[in-house]
Ligand binder design. Sequence first.
Ligand SMILES: *[C@@H]1O[C@H](CO)[C@@H](O)[C@H](O)[C@H]1NC(C)=O
Ligand SMILES: *[C@@H]1O[C@H](CO)[C@@H](O)[C@H](O)[C@H]1NC(C)=O
Ligand SMILES: *[C@@H]1O[C@H](CO)[C@@H](O)[C@H](O)[C@H]1NC(C)=O
Ligand SMILES: *[C@@H]1O[C@H](CO)[C@@H](O)[C@H](O)[C@H]1NC(C)=O
Ligand SMILES: *[C@@H]1O[C@H](CO)[C@@H](O)[C@H](O)[C@H]1NC(C)=O
Length: 518
Amino acid sequence: MRKDPISLITILTFLLVRGTRTFNITDVKTPSGWVRGYEENYTNGQVYRFIKIPYAEPPIGEMRFQKTRPIREWTDVKGIRDINGPQCPQVISPTPGFDTLQNDEDCLYLNVYVPGKISKDNQLSVMVWIHGGGFVFGGASQYKPQKIVLGGDVIVVTINYRLGLFGFLNLHDPLAPGNYGLWDQVEALRWIQKNIAAFGGNPKSVTIFGQSAGGMSVSLQTLIPSNEGLFQRAISQSGAVSFFAIAGEKAEEKTNEVLLRNTNCKRERVSETLSCLQNLPAENITEAVTLTEFVNPDNITAEIGSMTPTVDGYLIKKDLAYPENWDGGIYQFFRSIDFMSGTTDGEGNVGFFNIPQNVLTKLNVSATEAVPKSVLCKVLAPMFVQTGAGNIPSLTQEICDYYTAEGVDEQSNKVFEFYGDSWFIAPSNIMLSIHANNKENTKTFQYLFTNPSPFPLLPRELLPSWLKGAGHGDELHLLFIISRDHIPEEKLKTIDLADVDRLSMDFIQYWTNFAKFG
Ligand SMILES: *[C@@H]1O[C@H](CO)[C@@H](O)[C@H](O)[C@H]1NC(C)=O
Ligand SMILES: *[C@@H]1O[C@H](CO)[C@@H](O)[C@H](O)[C@H]1NC(C)=O
Ligand SMILES: *[C@@H]1O[C@H](CO)[C@@H](O)[C@H](O)[C@H]1NC(C)=O
Ligand SMILES: *[C@@H]1O[C@H](CO)[C@@H](O)[C@H](O)[C@H]1NC(C)=O
Ligand SMILES: *[C@@H]1O[C@H](CO)[C@@H](O)[C@H](O)[C@H]1NC(C)=O
């Protein structure tokens, strides 16, 4: 029977926007315990969604700032009827097109989406989505993968992991060694190995994929040899290992200092500091540190803060970002999996929102009109050099000279081209080079995405018209169902939705083919 992808997607969008009421349920017995899935009907088949399945013990109380503990077997039935589970604690900042989720520190849950009839004999490939959001925002349930599930006949699992300080506070002591968010991701992958066969998934055909901080997470996980066997393939979308993905010691120290000051937790014995922090309400920690406040417009090269993975000597070794040596166990493991990475051609536009307002004020810049070279030379380049190498004015000058163009709009774009190159494009290229070099029997793919989204996550009306290219996150609407409710009717009429759907089907085909065959 010929499939009709266009109507499939139209229906998918319709159903999710309106909100489905599912009544038919299915219970699956996994090695961890019973889970309940809720049926969703589409013209081309059914999806069973299993929402809020626990994969780890709740990271609350004395488990806050501790390595993930696997979930114990349960005797009741897990899985809720709602289409959304909670998100890990964060400053709530709604994103157009995405559902706004509830914060809950008890957040180590995953969602499983299975096509059609569930049978242990299916041996379906499994794709595990690690969401983005700068390691401080986002949640698994915001990403509704039914298009991928039905379009590619794969199981998709979306996972939560601890964010911000809950995920990454590192007190440089075995009592609080950091990287809890990465340990969460590993634990979710272990749960999938143990349980996915019960849903008809093939644990030997697992692809991890993610975008932005999710892409950075994916590529970090590919450089952790103890992950061998947890996945066979990886896709890093607009995010790879770089020094933006791994906090420098000074940035980390500065963040900890502000946290302790704003929470009145003393820096005494680590056990006492830790227990003080563990006894605070979660909101007090979420609200204690705001990263943009670190940027001092009078001295950009002063240390900035960070809430990202850190060097812990175990999961992450020092030289992971720009390694001098591409040999050794880490890279052997990396080259033993199939790897795809890529970017959009206008990644840097996300930088437009990341320049702190106090800096723009100081430079007397109204960014919607034009972004002068001073923003590059006095802000972005020094911040980049400071983060990666320390205060080296000659290097800053070199960058400043290189990203030069005639014309106001062209020069404005150059500023954000630097942002995109330094944050996303160069790191992706470096990882691809390492992977393709001296390779085993695995495959390396690169993509470049150049189609600006009609439904951008960064509201296009807030972006100046001179910004060129497909922006950060512009490919996500092709993979996931993103609500179009916020798009004005007149604007929707100007969009060729059939064309968007065709592109979406192609995109899903590429991604799921990679997941199945490499
Ligand atoms: C889905 O289809 C089945 C079989 O046709 C039907 O019994 C069930 O009620 C439908 N479920 C929903 C949520 O519409
Ligand atoms: C529920 O779904 C199962 C599996 O798709 C189907 O066989 C059954 O007819 C459905 N029952 C109802 C009441 O919808
Ligand atoms: C948490 O923050 C609130 C509001 O700032 C404050 O009133 C309260 O004392 C804080 N709690 C603790 C235990 O520090
Ligand atoms: C800027 O900050 C750096 C690092 O903290 C410091 O070494 C330097 O003296 C400061 N420069 C000025 C002009 O304050
Ligand atoms: C800031 O820019 C505006 C217009 O671009 C200009 O009129 C004003 O004089 C500038 N102020 C300073 C302090 O440079």
